[in-house]
Structure formats: structure tokens, C-alpha cells
Design a protein around this ligand. Structure first.
Ligand code: UDP
Length: 325
């Protein structure tokens, strides 16, 4: 099988590329390296059994002609190219909307032209301030005002979902949409705001661990290898076509508790400091209090849900950070 992964040099994309190469696929990566890095895929490009089946194009999905060639060549498309990370979105409000809205439009248009099955990576961010737990795919999405640019990410990804579903309904294009809940694991960088790599780096370096607000906000974290397995299985599941599906972990944890857990596991002497939101994001930020997925739909479609525990997730991230450091 020939697989196109947009955003394949990113954190999730690079793990997906590796899994596809391991099962014998030819893998085509398109990535503009805006947040991805060649470092993420170097081990694949140097791997004796993988490198001859890996083709890397450094370009944006907004390059219609280049993308057209790649979609035409491949059998399936995983669309992961996106501007991600709360910090990144707030610092790059315009380019992130362009990438996330126009980029997905181009990918869908070309998948429709060549009739290629596509899995769109969306995010639990689309639920916005909906505090219900667990969150079902049919729940309302609740956003704050457009003056807070954080919500542009949720709105843009929701627009991607609408567009994907419209292609499915009007053109019968096989589209699957996954909403990822705080994916973490080796190779994720804290540079764009993600909390686990940030805390782990701070703890390993014995620096102050920065918990925003009162730390009572909670998340469920998902190991990237579980996410990749679920995405591959969903792609192979006919009943998943035309569906929006949560992919997330099961263990809810507050951010303050997460900081304490990481500090203890690293054996760090870091101080844990509560930092008021106003100190970090003076204007554009509003946090989500709680975010827990309902996984019934995922289970009913593919028979499994993410299984790696928070301890396994943290051990893998800590080992990676120590290697890097
Ligand atoms: N967070 C934090 N310290 C940091 C980075 C993030 O306390 O250095 C908090 C953030 O306010 C949020 C949670 O951790 O409540 C998860 O943040 P992240 O950006 O990783 O994901 P998201 O907000 O998209 O769930």
C-alpha cells in the first residue's frame, strides 16, 4: 500500500510513518517543517529496511501541484499537517488559520479528485469549553469570543470536520475524522506549549515547574503509539467512514497532580509554581477546565481503546528527554 502522510515529520506523523513502514507500506511524507523536524524522521531515512520505501517532500499542502502528484500516487491519505499547540496558535494567529482551513480544503479537494480514502486528524479542542465528562462525539461545541485567538484553533478544526463531512455526504468521498485527546510521547516538543514535555524537561533540569492557574484543570493523556494504532485500524474499518471518532486515554488527572507525579518519577528537586494565566498569556487565552473522552464509539468500531497507562507514558517521555539532554 502507498500511504501519504501530510505532516509526516511532525510528532504524531513521524510515529505513524514508522508504523506504516514496519508493516511494509511505501510511505510518502509531505511536511513544511513549520513545527515538524527532519530530526523526527532521520532514523527512518537511515534505517536499512525502511529508507528505500520512504519518500519525503518538504513543502506545504498549499502547494496544489505538488500535493496533487502525491495524492494521485498514493492509495490512502492521513492528513495530519496542521498548526498545533496553544502557544503556537496564539503566536501565529493568521498563518495557523490559513494552514488549518485552506490546507485541509486543498487536501480534501484532491482526495475527491482522485477518489482516495482520507483520515483527517482533528482534536478534542473542538469541544471548546464544553465541560461535560465524558465528552461524546455528538456533544455541543462551546467557544469563547473571537477576540481570544485560542478559539480560532477549535473553530478552524471544526470547519475542517464540516468540510470533510460535506465531502462524504455530497461526493461520497470516504472520510474518517479522529479527535485526538492530548497525545504525548517521545519526540513531542514543549516549544509550542504542550504540558507534558514542558514539565518533564523542567523536572529533568531541576527548573521551576510552571503550573498555569490553580492546576485544578484536568486532561486525559494518550500515548502516541496507541493513537497511531487506532488511526491505522480506523482507516481499515469500513464502518468508520463518514464518522467522527474520539481517540483518547482513560486516566483523568489534574495538571497540578501531573506536575507532582512527574517530579516524583524524575526524582527532581524542582519547585512547583502556580503561575497566573495573566503572566503567560496577557490577552488571548482561556483554559478548558476538563477534557475526558467517551470511547464507546471507538471501541465499537475497532474493538480496542488506548491501553498504555500514564506511568508508561511518563516513563517513555522521561527516557526520551534524558537521552536528548
Ligand atoms: N499547562 C501548564 N503549564 C505549562 C503548559 C500547559 O499548566 O507549562 C496547562 C494548560 O494551561 C492546560 C494543560 O496544561 O490546562 C494542558 O495544556 P496543553 O497546552 O498541553 O494542552 P491543551 O490545553 O490543548 O489541553
Amino acid at each position: 500500500m502507498k500511504i501519504l502522510i501530510t505532516g509526516g515529520a511532525g510528532f504524531v506523523g513521524s510515529h505513524l510513518a514508522e508504523a506504516c513502514l514496519k508493516r511494509g507500506d511505501e510511505v510518502y511524507i509531505m511536511d513544511d517543517l513549520s513545527t515538524g523536524t527532519l530530526e523526527n524522521i532521520r532514523h527512518l531515512q537511515e534505517h536499512a529496511g525502511h529508507k528505500e520505501r520512504l519518500f519525503v517532500t518538504i513543502d506545504t499542502v498549499l502547494n496544489h501541484d505538488k500535493l496533487s502528484e502525491l495524492v494521485d500516487t498514493c492509495d490512502q491519505v492521513f492528513h495530519l499537517a496542521a498548526a498545533v499547540g496553544v502557544r503556537y496558535i496564539i503566536e501565529n494567529p493568521l498563518s495557523s488559520i490559513t494552514t488549518n482551513v485552506r490546507g485541509t480544503e486543498v487536501v480534501l479537494e484532491l482526495c475527491n479528485k482522485f477518489k482516495k480514502k482520507i483520515l483527517l486528524a482533528s482534536t478534542s479542542e473542538v469541544y471548546g469549553k464544553q465541560n461535560r465528562a465524558p465528552l461524546r462525539e455528538s456533544d455541543d461545541c462551546v467557544y469563547g469570543p473571537s477576540t481570544k485567538s485560542r478559539w480560532s484553533y477549535a473553530a478552524a478544526k471544526l470547519m475542517d470536520e464540516f468540510t470533510g463531512l460535506a465531502y462524504f455526504r455530497t461526493k461520497k468521498l470516504p472520510v474518517i475524522i479522529v479527535r485526538l485527546f492530548n497525545t504525548v510521547g517521545p519526540r513531542q516538543t514543549g516549544r509550542y506549549g504542550m504540558v507534558v514535555p514542558r514539565f518533564v524537561k523542567q523536572a529533568v533540569e531541576n527548573e521551576t515547574m510552571t503550573v498555569y492557574g490553580d492546576g485544578a484543570q484536568s486532561r486525559t493523556f494518550t500515548h502516541v503509539l496507541d493513537v497511531v494504532e487506532c488511526m491505522i485500524r480506523l482507516m481499515e474499518t469500513p464502518a468508520a467512514v463518514g464518522e467522527v471518532v474520539n481517540v483518547g486515554g482513560v486516566e483523568e488527572i489534574s495538571i497540578l497532580e501531573m506536575a507532582k507525579r512527574i517530579k516524583a518519577r524524575v526524582g527532581s528537586s524542582s519547585e512547583i509554581r502556580l503561575v497566573p494565566y495573566s503572566e503567560i498569556f496577557p490577552r488571548d487565552f482561556e483554559d478548558m477546565h476538563r477534557r475526558v473522552p467517551c470511547l464507546e464509539k471507538l471501541k465499537s468500531l475497532i474493538g480496542i481503546t488506548p491501553k498504555r497507562t500514564l506511568e508508561e507514558i511518563l516513563d517513555d517521555v522521561i527516557a526520551f528527554e534524558r537521552d536528548e539532554g
